[in-house]
Design a binder for this molecule. Structure first.
Ligand code: 5RP
Length: 226
């Protein structure tokens, strides 16, 4: 399914465009498919990655020469990214891989954003099974956690590093901590800005401002647009 989604997403890549590479396993399938298009069809691209993980994937599949840092581009034509949960009113939660800050930097600026995800990620209520990730300055993590729980309720948890090789909290690509918040009720569009306004919050995995995104979902019957 990820390959089907990746193949469909590659159809959005135009010759000479600046392409944002999302993060996660579905975005990695896209990176692989893109490398095939570049090698076989000679499509020229400039690439901006949303995580170190995606940069490494791009390097692995031969796309390293096309990678530039986000500050080296003036605009982004297309971004292709995954999501953890998508609501029917087209908001999504990202950050299962801890990359939501750079993902938002790139995805929100892309002229066209294509979200690719397996259909089970479409939910009636956001969040359903996943927390809302909140990236915080390390020194502020506990104060932010208290602010969030006091104002909205629910439960926050400091994301632990479960990868082995390091004890304690997970450190994001940006050197920050991540709080995973399970709110007591559904997310609403204004929540994105309300959370971001808390001192110490860098950004969150709640994406409520790209309702214009092309959302491609896949199940055993194939790929379809939301
Ligand atoms: C990483 C993300 C990913 O896009 C999200 O977690 C989906 O990943 P996958 O395609 O592996 O299910 O937001 O921060």
């Amino acid at each position: 399914m990820k390959e089907l989604l990746a193949r469909k997403a590659v159809e959005f890549v135009r010759d000479g465009s600046v392409v944002g590479l999302g993060s996660g396993s579905t975005a990695k399938a896209f990176i692989e498919e893109l490398s095939r298009a570049v090698a076989e069809k000679g499509i020229r691209v400039t690439l901006v990655a949303t995580s170190i993980d995606s940069e490494l994937k791009a390097l692995e599949v031969g796309l390293g020469p096309y990678l530039v840092p986000p500050w080296a581009v003036d605009s982004i034509d297309l971004a292709v990214d995954g999501a953890d949960e998508i609501s029917r009113d087209r908001m999504f939660i990202k950050g299962g891989g801890g990359a939501m800050v750079r993902e938002k930097v790139v995805d929100y600026r892309a002229s066209t954003l294509v979200i690719i995800a397996e259909a089970h990620k479409l939910v009636d209520r956001l969040p359903s099974n996943r927390p809302i990730p909140i990236e915080v300055l390390p020194a502020a993590w506990r104060l932010v956690a208290r602010d969030v729980e006091r104002r909205w309720g629910g439960k926050t948890e400091l994301r632990a590093c479960k990868c082995g090789g390091k004890l304690g909290p997970l450190i994001s690509d940006n050197g920050n901590f991540i709080l995973d918040w399970v709110p007591p009720g559904p997310a609403y569009p204004e929540l994105e800005d309300e959370l971001k306004a808390i001192p110490g919050v860098v950004d969150t995995g709640l994406f409520a401002k790209r309702r214009d995104a092309v959302i491609l979902l896949a199940d055993e019957r194939g790929v379809f647009a939301l």
